[in-house]
Design a protein around this ligand. Structure first.
Ligand code: ATP
Length: 340
């Protein structure tokens, strides 16, 4: 290990994963990040090579490194018993909080918003317990526990406190799912009692979708069970401008994994057109997590500068390829460095 360097597991994965990861590691290296990346495999490519999408070496490495940067993986729906490695890692390492910040860029939209979706990351429908009750009747179990709801609510209120955000909106469908979402809401209100200075709000998930489109600036922190959080995040990414823009952090007590929110996008893989900003912003979150706040801030302002200067890929009407975005950002950083 390089002296003074943070050891971080790097999983490029499938599809556009290696392209957006390549763009990110190149920029981090240029910026002098004290990170030693250790390559690991996961995803459909790993499955074809080793017969498993999550090799034991990858699990062992994450157990030791405790921190990872992840590209994207393809999950083929037709292979029986196949489980997405990212969902497995979230559950195995109890990465219970999925944090997804969404901030508007003036360049694309004329409204301004800045909110965070906090998605419970370990249970709900993602326990993937499905079975056939009888011919033509399929059942999926949705697990909601007091423990998981309590700790994700605490996480949301603590984040509100530390980031000076003043409202937490709990998203639910308790008018239909009275028991499971009912439990989620009662845990939320129990925890809220300890944070009297923070406003609390409940909102049906369907109403939340509309309000996000019409009035996104009204949100501060959105707290959601697993599946609602997943769907609302893609909607919010659309509000920002592209699915390729948004980062996320999967946080546990000891382990942390950072990734863009998009998937492996097989339709554009291999064409050097993927938007790398989601992974680049994820690496900002990673640097902050590692205590490299100054570099995280420098990288963040370089990225927002790059966006403002039109260093964009095709999904946003830009003219740059994935690999060119990094080169252009390096140029921009160089100019800024020389003039500043
Ligand atoms: P998953 O199930 O893993 O979410 P998916 O195929 O449903 O995967 P994505 O892979 O995220 O979803 O892709 C959805 C659409 O968004 C695709 O048309 C894809 O081309 C586009 N897309 C996703 N990520 C990017 C990106 N980084 N840059 C440009 N377009 C992207």
């Amino acid at each position: 290990m390089l002296l003074g360097h943070h050891k971080v597991m790097l999983i490029p994965g499938d599809g556009i994963g290696p392209e957006v990861i390549g763009a990110t590691t190149e920029l981090l290296e240029f910026m002098g990040a004290k990170v030693e990346f250790i390559h690991a495999e996961a995803g459909y490519g790993a499955y074809k090579k080793y017969g498993t999408p999550l090799p034991k070496e990858t699990v062992d490495l994450f157990a030791e490194a405790k921190c990872a940067l992840f590209g994207a993986v393809t999950t083929p729906p037709s292979i029986e018993g196949y489980r997405s490695p990212i969902i497995q890692l979230r559950q195995m390492f109890d990465l219970y909080a999925n944090v997804r910040p969404f901030k508007s860029f003036e360049l694309f939209k004329d409204y301004s918003f800045d909110f965070v979706i906090i998605r419970e990351n370990t249970e709900g429908l993602y326990v993937a317990r499905e079975h056939w009750k009888s011919d033509g009747i399929a059942i999926a179990e949705r697990q909601i526990t007091q423990e998981a709801c309590g700790r994700i609510a605490t996480f949301a209120f603590e984040m509100a406190k530390s980031q000076s955000r003043n409202r937490v909106t709990a998203v639910h469908k308790a008018n239909v799912l009275r028991v499971t979402d009912g439990l989620f809401l009662s845990c939320f209100h129990n925890v809220a009692k300890d944070y009297p200075m923070i406003r609390v709000e409940e909102m049906l998930v369907d109403s939340t979708a509309t309000r996000l489109i019409v009035f996104p600036e009204s949100f501060d922190i959105i707290l959601a069970p697993n599946l609602y959080g997943d769907i609302l995040s893609d909607l919010a990414a659309g509000l920002v401008g592209s699915l390729g823009f948004s980062p996320s952090a999967n946080l546990g007590v000891e382990h942390a994994l950072f990734e863009p929110i998009h998937g492996s996008a097989p339709d554009i893989a291999g064409n050097d057109v993927a938007n790398p900003y989601g992974t680049l912003f994820a690496s900002c979150m990673l640097l902050e997590h590692l205590g490299e706040k100054k570099l995280a801030n420098r990288l963040f302002s370089l990225l927002t500068n790059g966006i403002a200067n039109g260093i964009l890929t095709h999904d946003l009407g830009g003219r740059f390829r994935t690999s060119e975005v990094t080169k252009q950002l390096i140029k921009l950083e160089d100019i800024g460095y020389r003039s500043g």
